[in-house]
Each structure stands twice: as C-alpha cells, then as structure tokens.
Ligand binder design. Sequence first.
Ligand code: FES
Length: 320
Amino acid sequence: MAHRLRVAEVIAETADAHSLVLTVPPALAATFAYRPGQYLTVIVPGSGARCYSLSSSPHTDQDLKITIKRVRDGQASNWICDHVRAGQTLELLPPAGEFSPASLDDDLLLLAGGSGITPVMGIIKSVLAHGRGRLHLIYANRDERSIIFAGELAALAGDRLTVTHWLDSERGTPSPASLAALLAPGDGRKAYICGPELFVAMACDALQQAGVSPDLVHVERFEITPEETADATLEVEIDGQTHHLPWPAGKRMLDVIIEAGLNPPFSCRQGHCGACALRLLRGKVDLVNNEVLEQEDFDEGYTLACQAVARSDEVSVTYY
Ligand code: FES
C-alpha cells in the first residue's frame, strides 16, 4: 500500500543526479524501516511505479534518502529532477529489495557504475558505522564531474574503506580484464554490483576472471529492456472484480496493477519470494528474473507479477 511522505530537502548531487530526503512520520516508522541497500518505489504521476535505491543508511541517517539520476528520455527520472521540490509530498511504497549484506561484519567488494553507487553508499555507511567489515569500492564514472557522493566517499575512505575510481575520461571505457586487474586473484569476499546493464555484465565477467565464485556475487538490476516486449492489454481478476488495464511495453505486471489503484500482494519485488504469484489464464509473458517458481508451477499456470513483462497483445491473469 502506498503512503505519502514529505520531501524535506532536494540535494543536487551532480548536474544530472538529485537526492530527495524524505521525512517519515512516527506512525510510519515501522513501515519504512529498511536494511542498507534496499529501495523505495515512487509512484510518479504519468509514469507509474519506479524503484529508486536508498543512499541513506538506517544506521547513520535519520531520514530516508533516495538518489535519482536523469535518464535520457526517461519520463520518470526527468519529472522527479524537474518538478520535485522541498515541502511537496510523494506517494511511495515501503522499502523492499535483497541487495543488502547479511552481515555488516563481512569484508565486501563493491562495484558501482554511475548511479549504481546509490545502494552501495547505504551499505558503506552502515558497515563503517555498525560493523567490522573491510570494504573495497571500485566506482566507474564517465568523468570527475559525474561522480555522485565524491566528497562523502573521500571523507569515509580510510583503513576500512578503499576507494578506486575508474574514470572513462582518463582510462577509457573499462573492460572485464581491466576491472579484473583491480581485484586480488581468488578474492574470497562477497561482491555487490550495481550499475547500468553493461557495467553489471562487465563487472560479473571481471569477478569471474578474478576467480570469485558466482555464489558470492550479488547484483542489483532494475532496468529491463523494452525491446521484444509489446504494448498489451492486461485483464486481471482481483478482489472479486475484473479489470482491463493498458500494459506498456517493458513495464512489469505488478507495477501496472499497483498503478491502477488495485491492491495486489507482493513482498520482495525481485523474483525471490513468490508473494506476487498469480495464474496466467491467457497470453504470454516473460519473467525478467525467477528464483522461486519451478517447472511444475509454470505447468499449473503460475507466474510472478513482479517480474512479468508482456509478450502477447492480450494477457489475462487471476489471483484466484
Ligand atoms: Fe517476491 Fe514477486 S514479490 S517474487
């Protein structure tokens, strides 16, 4: 269920990235409690539900902070950067996500590309303030001016946090081999990667080349590629009623249902927990991520609303 939170402050982090500081009223403190690295979902007028990572830490920051970078032609990020001012309220869903270390005492490798630093920043602040872990951050950006949180990172760097900046302007675009060269071979630390799709793929390759076991690698991905998905119509049976909803290409089914003001079940929104499962009656969908449904579930028609994108003009689903 969405709640309205007040924007206490808007911080221009770089020319194209803004942070929104959000005040949580005491009555919603438990609802908006979070782990470092999780994200909030903002209901953006005209664009629907969008996930933005929390750059704040529950261990060091009183308010919530999300950081949004403008995406070229990205309606939602541009609307937020152009229109949201201190004093306004925004409609938000509570924190969610699994990009959060199990222990703040673990040593971690952190790989961030551009605005992928956002959840990583929350993790860094929490580990330094409340854990014993030692951190190595590799942070890739176009140039010096596009580094988000440059000052904060410089202030936090020290014994337990090493920061390696990769600037395309100085070293060219990174490759798996050039990133792997920054890592100790056979590094046994858990790794957390967040950034644009290309960076994530490259960082995964780099970790593999450096001999890091895939079991230790955690990735945060929000982006989906709208290509190969189609604008569709979604027929959904929920709470005793049938609704027909327009389903834009690339958008996830759960977001379409939430934006229509309906109240679907969900929890992780990452394809891990199965809380959003429902039955496909007609049409075809693809799941962006699935770590919970087995073939026999698919055989019975189950799918995950939080991960489903449309692959046919008409899709019909039911929560019964
Ligand atoms: Fe957890 Fe969809 S909400 S799998």
